[in-house]
Ligand binder design. Structure first.
Ligand code: TRP
Length: 328
C-alpha cells in the first residue's frame, strides 16, 4: 500500500502559527467593522464541524456539487487528458474521490496534491484516499493558497480544483489577486475546475447558513474556542451568537459572531487585551453568490476560457471547467 505523505510547504513552526493567529485577531478586531480572516475557522475541529454543515439538509451546496462531479467526472477526465490534480482547500476531499477515480480508471496512476490549512484534515483524507484507491499518489501541502500556488508550475500539466464555492469567501479585491496569482502559476493549457454557488431565493441561501441542528453556529463559535485554546482568550462561548444574513444587493452572505454580553478578549502571546461591548459583531466570513452571465466574462477577461459550465436543473450551483489561455 502507498503511504500517504504530507509535506509542509508553509514551513511555519507551531509557535509562528499561533503568533500569526494572534496578530490577525488583534489587527482584525481593531478594525471597523471587526473581522477575522476566514482561514482561521478551519483548524482540526473547524474542519470536522464544517463536514457536519455539509451533511445538513439545508446546506444544498455540497450535495449538488457532489452530484455534478459524479455525473460529469468521466467527461471532465476525458476532456482534460491525464494530469496532476491539485486541490485548494481540500478538507475531507470526500467529493473529490469520484473525480479522482475517473482519472485513475482512464489513465492509471494519478498524482493528487491536496492543499489545506488543516494538517489533520490532510492526513486523514490522504490516508483514506490512498487506502481506497491505490492508483493515487498523494503529496499533501499544508499551508495557505499563496504558498501552494508558488509550487504549481513544475506540476504542469495540471487540473486545479477549487470547489465548494470557496472562491466566494474572497472579497472582490482578494479574488482579483487570487485569479492573477492562479493565472501566473499555471501554464497555457492547464485547467481549473471551479465550483460556485449561484444567486437564488434569499430564504434558501439563509437557511443553508443557519441550519436547524446548529452546526453553523458551532462552526462560528469554534473560532472563539480556538482563541481560548491558542491565545488564552478567556471568552465565555455561551455569550457568542452566530448570525448569517444574505444581502441581495451585495449578493453575499455575511457571517457574524455577535457578543451578547461585554467581554474582554486576552491575546496572551502579544500581551494584548481587547474589549467587546454588548452587541459587538465580528465578521468571520463572507460567502458571495454568483451569476454565470457575469462570472463567465470576468474569468475570460482574466485569461481563462470557460470550456464547460455544468449546472443542476434548478441552476442553484455550477461547476465551471476553465482552460488557462495564452499569456494575457
Ligand atoms: N465555504 C463555506 C461557504 O461559503 C463556508 C460556510 C458555510 C460557513 N457555512 C458556514 C462559514 C457557516 C461560517 C458559518 O458556503
Amino acid at each position: 500500500m502507498t503511504a500517504a505523505r504530507v509535506e509542509i510547504v508553509q514551513g511555519a513552526s507551531p509557535q509562528d502559527a499561533v503568533l500569526e493567529f494572534a496578530q490577525a485577531v488583534v489587527l482584525g478586531l481593531s478594525d471597523r467593522p471587526r473581522w477575522t480572516p476566514a482561514r482561521f475557522l478551519y483548524d482540526a475541529d473547524g474542519s470536522r464541524l464544517f463536514d457536519k454543515i455539509t451533511d445538513t439538509p439545508e446546506y444544498y451546496l455540497t450535495r449538488i456539487e457532489a452530484d455534478l462531479l459524479e455525473e460529469h467526472a468521466t467527461a471532465i477526465a476525458r476532456f482534460t487528458g491525464p494530469r496532476t490534480v491539485v486541490e485548494l482547500g481540500s478538507g475531507s476531499a470526500r467529493k473529490t474521490e469520484r473525480l479522482l477515480s475517473a482519472y485513475t480508471r482512464h489513465y492509471g496512476p494519478v498524482r493528487y496534491v491536496p492543499v489545506d490549512v488543516s494538517e489533520d484534515a490532510l492526513q486523514r483524507s490522504a490516508t483514506s484516499l490512498t487506502r481506497r484507491n491505490p492508483a493515487l499518489s498523494i503529496r499533501g501541502l499544508h499551508g495557505t493558497y499563496d504558498a501552494a500556488l508558488q509550487e504549481l508550475a513544475p506540476l504542469s500539466p495540471v487540473l486545479l480544483l477549487f470547489l465548494g464555492s470557496t472562491v466566494g469567501n474572497l472579497n472582490q479585491t482578494e479574488a482579483l489577486g487570487f485569479w492573477r496569482q492562479v493565472s501566473g502559476s499555471l501554464r497555457a493549457g492547464d485547467f481549473v475546475l471551479l465550483g460556485v454557488d449561484l444567486v437564488k431565493d434569499a430564504a434558501v441561501i439563509e437557511a443553508a447558513y443557519n441550519d436547524a441542528a446548529g452546526w453553523s453556529a458551532a462552526f462560528t463559535r469554534n473560532l472563539f474556542a480556538r482563541m481560548n485554546r491558542e491565545l488564552d482568550a478567556g471568552l465565555d462561548l455561551d455569550a457568542i451568537q452566530h448570525e448569517a444574513i444574505y444581502r441581495p444587493d451585495w449578493r453575499r452572505v455575511e457571517i457574524y459572531a455577535r457578543f451578547q454580553r461585554r467581554q474582554t478578549l486576552n491575546v496572551r502571546p502579544l500581551d494584548h487585551e481587547l474589549v467587546l461591548e454588548t452587541g459587538a459583531r465580528i465578521m468571520t466570513e463572507i460567502s458571495r453568490k454568483f451569476d454565470l452571465a457575469d462570472l463567465g466574462p470576468y474569468l475570460e477577461s482574466l485569461g481563462f476560457e470557460v470550456v464547460h459550465a455544468f449546472t443542476d436543473p434548478r441552476s442553484w450551483y455550477a461547476l465551471l471547467l476553465l482552460r488557462r489561455g495564452r499569456e494575457t
